[in-house]
Design a protein around this ligand. Structure first.
Ligand code: ZN
Length: 344
């Protein structure tokens, strides 16, 4: 019950942390150049501009050899006021690790490590804030991240939802089964299925949570490039119907979606579901592939990300945060405005 109250509170801030990496990259961000993005791209719906999904430099190294960097980024987000931190396992998959020459045991250990590092950061940070005379933080929840099958393929299908004719619900479940078992067993407060681009994968996740009788509550977030549909073009309503039928799904939402679409999406979700809603869009910046640089987030108009976050809260979102190209500074501003704080 306590957990439900936390999820339902309107001041939670969700962030994504650097991926442990399986050689294919991971949803991540960092500040101060510690964790840099790579060059995996995705098509932006408007005008065919390219958007870059940020990836950590850690991916090219053995991630478990530098756990302090992962932990340090978690700490930066906690210090910024995040109430929820997400493990660095977005694209960490067992087949990906095996392809890198690791054993099954090593692969499973790395998955566990991604959750362990977030738990350690949370616990250490919480202990240190308790020692302060005026604690302004909540004890953060640790969420184990699981990216979509398309994120593993790293062929753009993460943003098109097109997994090809050979992919079935059974194949998706088999791909995910062990990874889910290992991450759920690592002791997170929640499991997050992120940037899910199509209905078939939503069904596979719900089926698998049941089949494996996963006791850790989950959230499932879709991604969208037009604000009206999943990346596949399928409707939010159809997919939410699938999630509504599962008691194991505690939260539904969208991530890695341009911020200007979020308010409309929350309105649509509120018509379709009674579950808590999470939104953590990207920064709205657009990657200019020709000039090889980021273009400013013109979609925000004169509004700042944190001002929009306040509107998302008023529109009914319970968990609000940032995905690609957002940083601890973003979360600091969002946390401040949602919690009505001055200073800090
Ligand atoms: Zn993202």
């Amino acid at each position: 019950m306590a957990l439900k109250l936390r999820i339902g509170s309107a001041s939670c801030v969700a962030v994504r942390e650097p991926a442990a990496g399986d050689g294919r990259g991971g949803g991540a961000r960092g500040e101060g150049g510690r964790v840099r993005g790579d060059r995996r791209r995705l098509r932006h719906a408007a005008g065919g501009a390219r958007r870059r999904h940020q990836r950590p430099a850690l991916e090219r190294r053995m991630p478990h050899a530098r756990p302090h960097l992962v932990k340090e980024v978690h700490m930066q987000y906690l210090e910024a006021g995040a109430d929820v931190i997400i493990s660095s396992s977005y694209q960490a998959t067992i087949p990906g690790f095996l392809a890198k020459g690791m054993s099954l045991d090593e692969a499973e250990d790395l998955l566990r490590t991604s959750v362990k590092l977030a738990l350690e950061a949370r616990d250490e940070f919480w202990k240190s804030t308790l020692r302060k005379s005026k604690p302004i933080y909540n004890r953060a929840l640790v969420v184990a991240s699981i990216g979509s099958y398309g994120a593993y393929l790293a062929d753009g299908s993460e943003y098109s939802g097109s997994y090809g004719a050979d992919i079935t619900i059974e194949k998706l479940k088999d791909f995910l089964r062990r990874r889910l078992q290992v991450l759920a067993g690592a002791g997170p407060d929640l499991i997050a299925f992120e940037a899910i681009p199509n209905k078939m994968e939503a069904q596979a996740l719900v089926d698998l949570l049941d089949e494996e009788n996963i006791q850790v509550p989950s959230w499932i977030c879709f991604s969208s490039v037009d604000g009206k549909h999943l990346c596949s073009g399928e409707s939010f309503a159809d997919c939410l119907q699938i999630l509504n039928a599962s008691e194991k799904v505690a939260v539904v939402g969208v991530n890695c979606t341009p911020p200007q679409f979020i308010e409309g999406i929350i309105g649509e979700f509120r018509k379709q579901t009674k579950k808590a809603i999470a939104v953590y869009p990207n920064s709205g910046e657009v990657w200019d592939g020709r000039a090889k640089r980021w273009l400013p987030a013109e979609c925000l108009g004169h509004k700042s990300f944190d001002a929009l976050a306040k509107r998302w809260q008023e529109a009914g979102a319970s968990l609000i945060g940032g995905c690609c190209r957002t940083t601890p500074s973003t979360i600091r501003a969002v946390s401040k405005i949602l919690k009505g704080r001055t200073g800090h």
